[in-house]
Design a binder for this molecule. Sequence first.
Ligand code: IVH
Length: 671
Amino acid sequence: MNIKEAKRRAAELTELLNYHNHRYYVLDDPEIPDSEYDRMLRELQEIEQAYPELISIESPTQRVGAAPAGRFEEATHLQPMLSLGNAFTAEELQDFDRRVREGLGASGSVAYSAEPKLDGAAVNLLYEKGVLVMASTRGDGTTGEDITQNVRTIPTVPLRLQGAGYPTRMEVRGEIFMRLAGFASLNQRIVNEGGKPFVNPRNAAAGSLRQLDSRVTASRPLTMFAYGIGEWEGNGKPDSHTELLATLARWGFAVSPDVTRVIGHEGCQAYYEAMQLKRPELPYEIDGVVYKVDSAALQEELGYVARAPRWAIAYKFPAQEELTVIRDVEFQVGRTGALTPVARLEPVFVGGVTVSNATLHNMDEIERKDIRIGDTVFVRRAGDVIPEVVRVLPERRPANAKRIELPGSCPVCDSDVERIPGEAVARCVGGLYCKAQRKEALIHFASRRAMDIEGLGTKLIEQLVDADLLSTPADIFELRAEQLQELDRMGPKSAENVVAAIQQSKHTTLPRFIFALGIREVGETTAKSLARHLGGLETLMGADEETLQSTPDVGPVVAGNIVRFFAESHNRDVVSRLIDLGVTWDDMPQAGASNSQFSGKVVVITGTLAQMTRDQAKELLESLGARVTGSVSKRTDFVLAGENPGSKVEKAKELGVSIVSEADFLQLANF
Ligand code: IVH
């Protein structure tokens, strides 16, 4: 290849790679397999190695990072990076809206762009003729630090803009952040390597951006949402914020999918409440919402006060981290006997609720964070996650702070507590002799996804265990209405109902039964897999570790747990009593059995089904030996499509994957 050819090919590969990078990271909709992408990237790397003069700043090879720089240079923004005023209450939000309307002399309501306030680090990206030439931190708003090399490694930041029509010079503003999943795995990696984990995703994002070695930044799961602009040189500036974000998305930026246009302060308030509800489900942290007057002309009319625009405001959520004091630590015993230290706290209002307990996870965690009774700590409640202690304020530790000790015996049954070396958890060895473990095991047995005994919930089981009416799952099937009737909040009618539900639950499925037994680390999927692979309970109970490991999903640890479970005569007795008492199930169709044309097939279910729920369809397909997955790929055998199927069917068409209607499926399944 001569230089001319190399140059042409490098330009072509750069464009292709940038396009596919955008499909993969921003649109989450790849067109080509990873291997194809890697092949093109390697080809470009080879060309650049042969002709280093061809390496351009928009080349995707520049995303891998480079050797450390001495320090960050200063970078002055073309337009200052402003801050936002805050509102904390509905009244403050109404005041903002009133100021906007008065400022504009508006008689009616004003339209706002409403968007999540991402909790990360602000960044300024300078594009010249569509190419990213500089990225900087906010700094003091006028001058920040040049972090271009680091930002280039972030896959959702376009190195060159897609499409056309962009201005000659433009500053794009956005937030760089870390998703919760990425944050968790990064921290795990750091801990495994003996390092100190980040306190929260915001610190992790900011810390990763300020690495002098951009190869470190490249290894961190960072992403970015664009939310505005600074400088704009040239024509075609969109005349509303909504239009601006749509334009930025067209050029290849990731924009929050939760941005929407609302009317007046009522619309703003409704959006705030909706986002507060959605917050626990979001895969990243937000600390509030931001409203911006949508019209660009009206924004200009309103102008700025000090360093903040009059046309925008942040409405903050209640803090998710607060300070409080640990009064005491108690140990709770779970289903598998694991002892979990729980901190009893001075009650504190955090994340919108009063918190008085927080999990300390295990002894290693306590040691790592150096937590003691009496300490002042940061407590955090993110979403519906159990509140946890983030860190201690050592400067506030009282002289009489007490070390937390693992109890030598179980706080519930007094059996020994063992801690296997190398394992973080300590366990009560009491097994089902321990009332705490017995309760948890029974709650699990009766739960919806296990034996599904309606009405036999936590409260009732606790009472039954305390009254010594229940000690093993088999006892459930001998309960009489007269016994239940005696308990709190139980009348004759509800007692009858529970007994009826117990009788009804006797006819179950083998996977449910296996799952209900509560063998350590045998979840629903493994239970299904075991049932399908081994076909019957006898086979499962008699299987050795080697046979068990031939089941998909079952490794040596799970196989060991199963063998140990059935080696206990006590457990075997419970199983045979359950069967004597009438627990039954239908035979399992075996995996790979030739009687099912569905066996081994990979299926995706989409749309609304008329004859059954999606869960039922999944259960039926699995009982026929198929595997049900969530997204369509080349490996999908067919898509079962109901009404209003949406993008999965499009994807299937694109990939040439068969689409089967519900009616056809039921006919094929002889159902
Ligand atoms: S707009 C003139 N929109 O919150 C408007 N900021 O001071 C300037 N932030 O550090 C900011 N999400 O990085 C805007 N959707 C969003 C935002 C957002 C997060 C951050 C921003 C800045 C702080 C506001």
